[in-house]
Design a protein around this ligand. Structure first.
Ligand code: AMP
Ligand code: MG
Length: 350
């Protein structure tokens, strides 16, 4: 029989301590609680309790070799779960924690293999969201939490998205409203000689270099073919696949708009991902505005919600403009390309 799922509204400014304590108690007893972070909603379990962490895989339908990120609320917690955090990690923590940065370390014995997908390394993040921080404290200090979606669906950016995917599978969802950033954290590997970005996010390569000097992107992320495998296990899965076939259209804006218009005139059930700058120029189809090109954060924060909306609208094809902006653009395109199964067309060469 399906479990009853409680959805509780939490006010960030005046948090209900009794609700937070109840959530913490579920975690300490080995149960699951979904909660907001500044990046996306997470599905939490006690990271040091192997059985609890395993429940996350079951609820999400997540492959068991895909490791979890351990969330902490203070620096003392870091030293208890990792072997010798290098000086670069401490500098990165001072610059970006609490915040949307995950770092990979050699793990200590107390972190079970069931949390790290069998790896001897562990991913750690200190989120800035106050609800997340309070829940981590109430839940025992170490909360494993991947995104709170069913595996393969877009990451949830509202409690409603979590409810769609997790209703009946977990006992509690904390509703803190829409998240701020809307893309998962940047992941940096600190077990190599220089920091290596395994997953792009809000914290960019340039921001990391400004602290550590040297840093690079994982070769598997930038390779256009599939000859180099990404180092982060999760990056090999096709995430965020919408039900419709998604194609990214690149090129000069005039040509992009007219190409998409021509396609939509032919296909009955087509969707379009456009921007404030172009929204008035699409004539047919289910047109959704993702944000403004002048504010790349607006684009990042709406991407996953829009992919979910298209699933509901039951369109058969989606055409998206491309978003290669300087800062967050890399992270946005990384997620969009995965959603599109790397289907991309350049209309400038036609
Ligand atoms: P999610 O929490 O769903 O955003 O996924 C966490 C992702 O972090 C995983 O899919 C991995 O790609 C990455 N990750 C977690 N732990 C490690 C690790 N020890 N080494 C490399 N990548 C990791
Ligand atoms: Mg995820």
């Amino acid at each position: 029989m399906a479990m009853q799922t409680e959805l509780i509204k939490i006010e960030r400014e005046h948090m209900s301590l009794s609700a937070m304590k109840r959530a913490g108690k579920i975690l300490r007893a080995g149960g699951l609680v979904a909660f907001p972070t500044e990046t996306v909603y997470g599905l939490g379990a006690d990271a040091l309790n192997e059985e609890a962490a395993q429940k996350i895989y079951a609820a999400k339908g997540r492959p068991s070799d895909n490791p979890l990120i351990v969330h902490i609320a203070d620096m003392e917690a870091l030293d208890r779960i990792v072997e010798q955090a290098p000086e670069t990690a401490k500098a990165l923590a001072r610059a970006f924690w609490p915040g949307p940065l995950t770092m990979i370390f050699h793990k200590k014995e107390c972190v079970p293999m069931g949390t790290t997908g069998g790896l001897s390394t562990v991913a750690v993040r200190m989120p800035s969201d106050e609800i997340a921080r309070e829940l981590i404290r109430q839940g025992g200090g170490y909360i494993a939490a991947p995104s709170a979606n069913v595996s393969g669906r877009p990451s949830p950016t509202t409690a409603q998205h979590v409810y769609e995917d997790m209703n009946g599978r977990i006992p509690m969802i904390l509703d803190g409203g829409p998240v701020q950033i809307g893309l998962e954290s940047t992941i940096v590997d600190l077990t190599e000689e220089h920091p290596v970005i395994l997953r792009p996010g809000y914290i960019t390569l340039d921001m990391i270099r400004s602290v550590t000097g040297e840093a690079e992107m994982d070769k598997g992320l930038i390779a256009d073919d599939s000859s180099v495998h990404p180092k982060a296990p999760g990056m090999k899965y096709r995430h965020y696949a919408p039900k419709a076939d998604l194609q990214i259209v690149e090129g000069p804006m005039e040509q992009v708009v007219s190409y998409i218009n021509r396609q939509c005139a032919v296909f009955g059930k087509a969707g379009v991902i456009c921007t404030e700058e172009t929204r008035g120029r699409y004539l047919n189809g289910d047109v959704k505005c993702i944000g403004s090109r002048k504010d790349e954060r607006s684009i990042a924060s709406h991407l996953f919600a829009i992919l979910r909306e298209f699933d509901e609208d039951q369109v058969e094809r989606i055409y998206s403009e491309s978003f290669d902006t300087p800062g967050l653009g890399q992270a946005i395109m990384n997620r969009l390309l995965k959603a599109a199964g790397h289907q991309k067309i350049d209309v400038s060469v036609r």
